[in-house]
Design a protein around this ligand. Sequence first.
Ligand SMILES: Cc1cc2nc3c(=O)[nH]c(=O)nc-3n(C[C@H](O)[C@H](O)[C@H](O)COP(=O)(O)O)c2cc1C
Length: 335
Amino acid sequence: MDLRTTYLGLNLRNPIVPSSSPLSQRLDDIRQLEDAGAPAVVMFSIFEEQIRHDAEALEHLLTAGTDSFAEALSYFPDVGSYKVGTEKYLELISSAKAAVDIPIIGSINGISPEGWTDYAMEIERAGASALELNAYYIATDPDRSGAEIEQMYVDVVRAVKNAVRIPVAMKLSPFFSSTAHMARRLAEAGADGLVMFNRFYQPDFDLDEMEVRSDLNLSTPQEMRLPLRWIAILHGRVSCSLAATTGVHSGRDAAKYLLAGADAVMTCSALLKNGIGHLRVMLRELEEWMASKEYTSVVEMKGAMSQKNVANPAAFERANYIKILEEYKGRYTTV
Ligand SMILES: Cc1cc2nc3c(=O)[nH]c(=O)nc-3n(C[C@H](O)[C@H](O)[C@H](O)COP(=O)(O)O)c2cc1C
């Protein structure tokens, strides 16, 4: 079975990539991911705020006029740990690059175009084969229009593309008025790939403690449907790679995203829940499913069920909504 795929111009030995998460925090885990079949690893994200803080702290240390490093540190008590954060991140990329033969993809969580793009260059210098930008932005300001926010996404892609030579992917929010148009604009701004979609963590209310609860739930395969639809719609319509993220727990889940048109399929909840070895299981399941349908390569599968290629393209659109409701009404009987 030929599982090879090309993503961001990188030749990958199979399409199931461990996505940005604590799975990449330790060199030993990165090695284990490679052993389990990972064709590349996306590093956990370093945050724009962390990088800025480092830069500001350094500026302060250089200009504070103090002759003692320890004294300078007392102005910013947490400088030490932040500094370790950004430097350690680069060190981890360098060590991972030396330890494994698969591409290491750096990840920055940021949405403003200034103040941290130099760090993208450092990630490149540290040996990353590509960079993923996680634009985790919740638009809460009623004074900011959608157009302004879209421009911000485009500006950040341009700024990072100007700073580095390695391919750059953007991990996108699903919340745009015109997702298809936004995807095309980002590709035109230079994005080499789009990762769909960011999974925003939603707060809940604890009714006993009367508190807002922020916890992190791992995904379920039911959450695949939103990215699945958009990848199917965008396949063949944007000039960049597409990666799917959310809800991939089995090889059959991965097969769905490939059929929709993904060039790479990312997974993390399944590996956090079942262990890194589950990647092997997913790859075997993908091969078994492909064999059962007489596919011999991932390339053949890619986009076979995209909107362009299915017999009923309306299945991805509004027209199908009416049909689904009518069918349900037909089946509904009162109890
Ligand atoms: C514990 C945890 C940590 C994560 N950290 C990051 C991160 O640092 N950067 C990022 O872009 N995504 C991060 N993600 C999101 C995942 O990369 C992924 O996009 C999301 O969980 C959906 O995929 P899944 O259904 O396979 O979990 C994290 C997810 C989890 C569960």
